[in-house]
Design a protein around this ligand. Structure first.
Ligand code: PRX
Length: 639
């Protein structure tokens, strides 16, 4: 098992050691894994190119490290408790042996469908155990999975499938989320109409609703499984072979397929999971994230399973059938570590205390948050009412790109402070730099967050676009990985994440690019141009405010346009990207060179006064007055 850092003094010592001799440190952690062939060199790197390789020439399979490495003593232990959306439906659980067999069997299914090492497999599924099986089966045969969140629209799904060049799509007839049934297969069918690469769709039966199956392309999971053997020997892969591609938003409209490779990701997710959550043998851990995002990949699937943890996986939403659903699950499975997003905490906090009645949360030892800054009020509510003042909160800062947790308390070891991610994980060397790239040393400084030295879990490239990877992350500041976040280091040396400094916004913990939303809005037939900014939202963290130029209206007038703009975004990206406010305008504040002055739009979205600073560079300053007047009228109308 990976080494455990069990006290503050050992954290301090290990941190120093990991920075003084990073390769020695990461070799020491890596040596707790099973390698088919040991690596020749721990690290080769150059941030200029960039080129990052960990455990050079090492050979392994990550599923051998999940299963064979520990199966003899975990055979009967539960790997996955699965809680269905509807509490009235039967729950399921899979032991390590059962998950191992299901993985091997599905690996054989994939092989029979012609999937080979290096092939990309797209996965568009609800939160059911077969989603985990599908991912692990890909890893077993060296295929590269690309999970696409089941809230994405057909168009977004198609775009990702095409970018990855996936030959196989694994999906389901439908899925349940709260009171809704999501027509997953219908969305997948629509997506497949605009993809040329997908040869096979493997469809899991979840809802049992009848769905069309295209002959020669679509096959039922349960049919293919029938004759597939339960044993499949893992395919040996190189340490740097890709394990998966995961799409995330950037500041341009096109999503980025971040590539994570095998060995470094394995070592990093396992080590961070064990130490940040202080997971102990026998504990039950519950991560509420959807596997469609990186948190689910690293801290529902790989990190916990590599540590032989018992996981709780939940299909549904926190507020259905009522706002006590998470607390009931924690009570039912006697959960020890619970990891969720601040937006969920704020939403549940707003619904009142009554939902905690009768729920025994006494098993909890550690609480975690991820995905966005947690405000002090939510932190205290979580700490006092869920953790009953006895559970440390690990506010974990990291990103799709980082693969694993980067700045966070180690539970019960690093003293917490509300809304602070506190200190870097071992081996992580943060730097705060000003806009010119000068490092701001010492405490009580604020600037851009960058990282000076590679860590094993970092993404290696953007699928098919290494140049974009270079300029986005390594082109901004010489020899540094740039995170896109602003940060403050306080007088104690603690880090507080201040939010994005680029055009990426964070809505309910979902990462979106403003350009991506604008592109979607611009598809509306009556919209000429649009601009999207974020505004503070009490539950979502950030809300989406869209300004849309329309020169003609359909029958519904402005109100009709607003609604249909929202629908357009739902159709093109997915319901989670729905704008909170749409203001129909006749122009946008632009400079003479045509650049939209978002600073002004942000102020308007905030409802802030009339002082917009220097507007002399604007092409048409009068447009600002019109927007302000219309924005106020819209607010008044909304009450
Ligand atoms: O802005 C930071 C915010 O989420 C961004 C990364 O989003 P994504 O790649 O979707 O990954 C989310 C889950 C790891 C970051 O650039 N963020 C993440 N965690 C925190 C956070 N902001 C503040 N505090 C956090 N703990």
């Amino acid at each position: 098992m990976v080494p455990n850092i069990s006290s503050l003094s050992s954290y301090i010592l290990e941190y120093q050691r990991s920075c003084a001799n990073p390769t020695g440190y990461w070799a020491y952690v890596a040596d707790t894994f099973y390698w088919r062939r040991k690596y020749d060199e721990v690290l080769r790197w150059d941030f200029e190119k960039p080129e990052i390789a960990w455990y050079v020439n090492g050979k392994l399979n990550i599923t051998e490290n999940i299963f064979e490495r520990q199966i003899y003593y975990r055979r009967k232990q539960v790997a996955l408790y699965w809680e269905p959306n509807d509490p009235g439906q039967p729950a399921r659980s899979l032991t390590y042996q059962e998950l191992f067999e299901a993985t091997q069997q599905f690996a054989n299914v994939l092989i029979a469908q012609g999937v080979r090492k290096g092939d990309r497999v797209a996965i568009y599924m609800p939160m059911v155990p077969e989603l985990v099986v599908a991912m692990l089966a890909c890893a077993r045969i060296g295929a590269v999975h690309s999970v696409i969140f089941a809230g994405f629209s057909a168009q977004s799904l198609a775009e990702r499938i095409n970018d990855a060049g996936a030959r196989v799509l694994i999906t389901a007839d439908g899925g349940y989320r709260g009171e809704k049934t999501i027509p997953i297969k219908a969305i997948a069918d629509e997506a497949m109409e605009s993809t040329e690469c997908v040869e096979r769709a493997i469809v899991l039966r979840r809802t049992g609703e009848s769905v069309p199956m295209k002959a020669g392309r679509d096959y039922w999971w349960h049919d293919l499984k029938k004759n597939a053997p339960l044993v499949h020997e893992a395919v040996e892969v190189d340490a740097e072979d890709p394990l998966y591609i995961l799409y995330t938003s950037g500041s341009t409209g096109k999503p980025k397929g971040l590539v994570h490779t095998t060995a470094g990701y394995m070592v990093y997710t396992a080590h961070t999971f064990r130490n940040v959550f202080q997971y102990e043998e026998g504990d039950v851990y519950f991560c509420s994230a959807d596997i469609g995002w990186v948190t689910g990949h690293s801290y529902l699937v790989y990190g916990p399973l590599l540590n032989g943890a018992t996981n709780v996986m939940f299909e549904g939403v926190p507020t259905w059938p009522d706002a006590g659903r998470y607390w009931q699950i924690i009570d039912k499975y006697r959960v020890n570590q619970f990891y969720t997003a601040p937006t969920a905490i704020r939403a549940l906090m707003a619904l009142g205390m009554e939902w905690l009645n009768g729920k025994d949360l006494g098993s909890l030892k550690v609480l975690g948050t991820v995905g966005e800054p947690i405000n002090e009020e939510a932190w205290h509510w979580y700490h006092d009412h869920i953790g009953k003042n006895k559970c440390p909160i690990v506010d974990t800062w990291w990103q799709t790109e980082t693969g694993g947790i980067m700045i966070s308390p180690l539970a019960g070891i690093i003293p917490t402070k509300p809304s602070y991610a506190t200190l870097p994980f071992v081996g992580i060397q943060p730097a705060i730099v000003d806009d010119n790239g000068n490092e701001l040393t010492g405490n009580s400084v604020e600037g851009n967050l960058a990282i000076k030295f590679p860590w094993p879990g970092m993404a290696r490239t953007i699928w098919g676009d290494h140049e974009r990877f270079r300029h986005t992350y390594f082109g901004r500041f010489a020899n540094l990985y740039f995170t896109g976040d602003g940060v403050k280091r306080d007088e104690d040396g603690y880090y507080r994440i201040l939010g994005r400094v680029d055009d990426v916004i964070n809505v309910s913990g979902h990462r979106l690019g403003t350009a991506e939303i604008e592109n979607a809005i611009n598809e509306h037939p009556l919209v000429v141009e649009s601009a999207v900014v974020a505004f503070p939202h009490p539950v979502k963290g950030q809300g989406i405010y869209a300004f849309a130029i329309c020169n003609e209206f359909s029958t519904g007038g402005e109100a009709g346009i607003r609604q249909s703009v929202v629908k357009t975004v739902e159709r093109i990206i997915g319901p989670f990207a729905r704008p909170d406010k749409v203001l129909v305008v006749s122009g946008l504040p632009k400079t003479r060179s045509g650049k939209i002055m978002r600073r002004i739009l942000r102020k308007i979205a905030l409802g802030e006064g009339d002082d917009f600073g220097d507007t002399t560079t604007l092409l048409d300053p009068a447009v600002v007055d019109e927007i302000v007047t219309k924005a106020r009228a819209m607010e008044a109308e909304a009450g």
